[in-house]
Every structure is written in structure tokens, then in C-alpha cells.
Ligand binder design. Structure first.
Ligand code: HEM
Length: 387
């Protein structure tokens, strides 16, 4: 049985409500609280590429998480940023990505078998976030790092528990556990060098690059928090949009050549990461506006992706866009270092779904529940029918 939905995609409603609160005639503007907003595409590109603009928006504090996250290269500038980013970026070779793609596709098929087993056993409905999105995204990060998925089975749970931040006690416990886990993995790789994945490579190269263990552990945690939930959330956002308007899903089942442009178009419209923060270090010209020194700037990537000066019919899902220069992976020196992996991962996951469950549909009797996590917009649950 296939269920058809009518009406506006709920994600478009969320986007429209958000956009309605902002004066879209001013592509650079200041809020009453003093934060500068950039919502024009060319202006965002200009700001994000400006090397005088800082990503050091975090102040180190006494808590364990504040200490660890203040070492993330995402929040560093210039040389401090590049020495860590380069070490990670060098590991995303085409050969490594091809290896990861095959593994992720197989992991998705295995999880989809479980979803199908539930349907065959009469259960029919299943939460695809829990059954597929989270386990596959966690498996992908384990493969990337070179941690066995069995040993790393808790990584996803820890990452979710950090981003949900239900209590300080639980938050600190998860942060402690993740640190201890990566410390153990690092020691094991030092005792027995070799093996594939980022961890053994980083363990081997760090000393020569002047990178200490605290920075190395923080980098592993950054990859986990930046790479796990974004991909899982986007997989849910993407499926919701394709299944809500099932003709979209059916077109991809019929012609898999459309998978790659569909992912780009959905990244443009429904990315989990809507905003990146910056700080100006001097007077900074953005378009026609001068943002003063030491200002906090929020670049609203989701709105830049709907800038009518760059995208025709910007609120529409269109597979025939000649070019799609969306900013969902940002721009400039902090452009998402995992973008190539994210594309490989999402394509492998979506292709496995189209092959294995072409009759998949939404079960939307329950209202959709959006999570209030700090790492972006995503669904807590997405109930589907396998056939
Ligand atoms: C749909 C999936 C993803 C989205 C939408 C996304 C989005 C982003 C965005 C917007 C930034 C830029 C932050 C800024 O400009 O300050 C970023 C940076 C980053 N992302 Fe992703 N990301 C995704 C997947 C991944 C994956 C799979 C990984 C790694 C395994 C990853 C690792 C990182 C890291 C380490 C940074 C920091 C880069 C730097 O500061 O140089 N991301 N991501």
C-alpha cells in the first residue's frame, strides 16, 4: 500500500515561517540584540572567504566540553586551523572514499533488511531514523576513523547524548566516555601501528606535524559530532521530502541518474546546518554594508540558498537546475572537510533505499517531531511503511 500526501512539505512550512520573521529586502542587517545577519548569497560568499574574518567564536571555559570543543579546528583561524585540517583532509582520497562507499551501501542494505523483516513479521511500520539513519551514519564514522563498528557501537549514542544535552551530569559523563574511548584507541594504534582509517594515520603523523594528544582527541570528537548527526539528520530530511511528494521518490526509482542532482537540490532546500557564526576582526565590507570590528555575524545559509538573485524559482524543488551553488557545506577555508564523504554516504544510502524498498512510503499519523538539537534541524522519528 502506498500513501500519498497532499499539501505543503512540512519543511517548507518551517522554512517559510523562519523567513517570514526576517526582513528579506536587506541582505545584510543587524538584529536588536546587535548580531549581524547575512542572508544574501554573494554577500555570504564574500564574508566566508574573507581571511580577516574569524571563526574563533568559542571561549574556553572550565567544563570538560568547553575545553575539548575549544580545541576543534572548526573554531580556529589561519595556521592553527590549517595544520589540523590538512591532516584530516589528506585522508579523504578517492580510493578511500570508494572503499567507504561500498561499505556504507552494504551497511544500509543490512539495516533495510531489518526494516523489511519487521514489515514481514506484521509490524509494518518502523522508525527509519532509529533503524537506518543513526546506525548507518555511526557505521560510516567508525569506518572513516578506522574503529571497528562493534567497538564503536556506542559512538552514535554518545554523540546524540551530547547534542541532546538533557542534563549536565549525563552530558559530562558522555564527554568523559568518548574521550576515554578515543584515548584507548589511540594507545592501541601506537602499540600496533598500521591499519586503515584516520585514527592510525593521525596517530602516526601527529607528532611530526607538532600536534599533541589533546588536539588529536578533540579532532576525533569533532569528526564524530560534525559528521554523524548532520548526515543522519539530512538523510531523514531528504526522505521526508521525497516521500511526502511521492512522485519525487518514484522518479528516482525509475531513473537513478537523477539521484545526485536530487541530493544537491535537497541539500539546498533542507540542509540540517542553517547557520554558521563568525566574528569580524576589523571593519569588514560585505556587499554595500560595513560591519564594524568585533561584531558577531550569523550567516544564514538556508536563506542564502533561496536567494532569487542566484536561484530561479528559489522555493521550488527542481532537478533541472543548470548549476546549484548552494552553501550547505559553507564556503572558504572552513568549507566542510567531510563534504565528499557526506555526498558518498548519502548517495550510497539513498541508492540502497531505492533498490531495496521501491514501495517505501510515509506513515504520518503521528505528528512529525523536530529535534531541538544544537547541531541542526532533523527529525526525532520518521515512521515509514516498507511495502
Ligand atoms: C549533510 C551532511 C553535512 C552537512 C550539511 C555539513 C555542513 C557543514 C558546514 C555548514 C560546515 C562549515 C562550518 C563553518 O563554515 O564554520 C561544516 C564543517 C565541517 N564539517 Fe561538515 N557537514 C556534513 C557532513 C560532514 C561529515 C560526514 C563530516 C566528517 C566526517 C563533516 C565534518 C566537518 C568538519 C570537521 C568541519 C569543520 C571544517 C573546518 O572548520 O575546516 N561534515 N560542515
Amino acid at each position: 500500500m502506498v500513501i500519498d500526501h497532499v499539501g505543503q512539505d512540512p519543511q517548507d512550512e518551517v522554512a517559510a515561517r523562519f523567513a517570514g520573521k526576517i526582513d528579506r529586502s536587506k541582505v545584510v542587517q543587524q538584529t536588536a540584540e546587535g548580531v549581524w545577519l547575512v542572508l544574501g548569497h554573494p554577500e555570504a560568499v564574500q564574508l566566508l572567504r574573507d581571511r580577516t574574518v574569524s571563526s574563533m567564536t568559542r571561549k574556553p571555559g572550565p567544563g570538560i566540553w568547553e575545553q575539548v570543543s575549544s580545541r576543534f579546528f572548526m573554531f580556529k583561524d589561519a595556521q592553527q586551523h590549517m595544520r589540523l585540517r590538512r591532516m584530516v583532509g589528506d585522508c579523504f582520497t578517492p580510493a578511500r572514499l570508494a572503499e567507504l562507499k561500498a561499505g556504507i551501501r552494504q551497511a544500509t542494505r543490512d539495516r533495510l533488511d531489518r526494516l523489511d523483516e519487521v514489515a514481514s513479521a506484521g509490524g509494518r511500520q518502523s522508525d527509519i531514523m532509529e533503524t537506518v539513519a543513526y546506525p548507518v551514519a555511526s557505521d560510516a564514522i567508525c569506518r572513516l576513523l578506522g574503529v571497528s563498528p562493534v567497538e564503536g557501537a556506542f559512538l552514535g549514542e554518545w554523540a546524540v547524548s551530547l547534542s541532546r544535552h538533557t542534563s549536565d551530569e549525563q552530558f559530562n559523563r558522555s564527554a568523559d566516555e568518548i574521550l576515554a574511548f578515543f584515548q584507548e584507541q589511540l594507545s592501541a594504534h601506537r602499540e600496533a601501528p598500521g591499519g586503515s582509517g584516520l585514527l592510525p594515520i593521525m596517530a602516526e603523523r601527529a607528532a611530526a606535524a607538532g600536534i599533541d594528544d589533546d588536539e588529536l582527541l578533540a579532532t576525533c570528537i569533532l569528526l564524530l559530532v560534525a559528521g554523524f548527526e548532520t548526515s543522519a539528520n539530512f538523510f531523514g530530511n531528504m526522505l521526508l521530502s521525497l516521500l511526502w511528494r511521492r512522485d519525487r521518490f518514484e522518479r528516482l526509482v525509475a531513473d537513478e541518474a537523477l539521484v545526485a542532482p536530487a541530493i544537491e537540490e535537497l541539500l539546498r532546500l533542507h540542509s540540517p546546518a542553517h547557520v554558521v557564526m563568525r566574528r569580524t576582526t576589523g571593519d569588514t565590507v560585505v556587499g554595500d554594508t560595513v560591519i564594524p570590528a568585533e561584531a558577531q555575524v550569523a550567516v544564514l545559509l538556508g536563506l542564502c540558498n533561496r536567494d532569487p538573485r542566484v536561484f530561479d524559482d528559489p522555493d521550488a524543488y527542481r532537478l533541472d537546475r543548470a548549476s546549484n551553488p548552494h552553501l550547505s557545506f559553507s564556503q572558504g577555508p572552513h568549507y566542510c572537510v567531510g563534504a565528499s564523504l557526506a555526498r558518498v554516504e548519502l548517495e550510497a544510502m539513498l541508492r540502497a533505499v531505492l533498490d531495496r524498498l521501491p514501495l517505501l512510503s510515509l506513515r504520518t499519523e503521528q505528528p512529525l517531531r523536530w529535534s531541538g538539537r544544537f547541531l541542526g534541524r532533523g527529525l526525532d522519528r520518521l515512521e515509514v511503511l516498507a511495502s
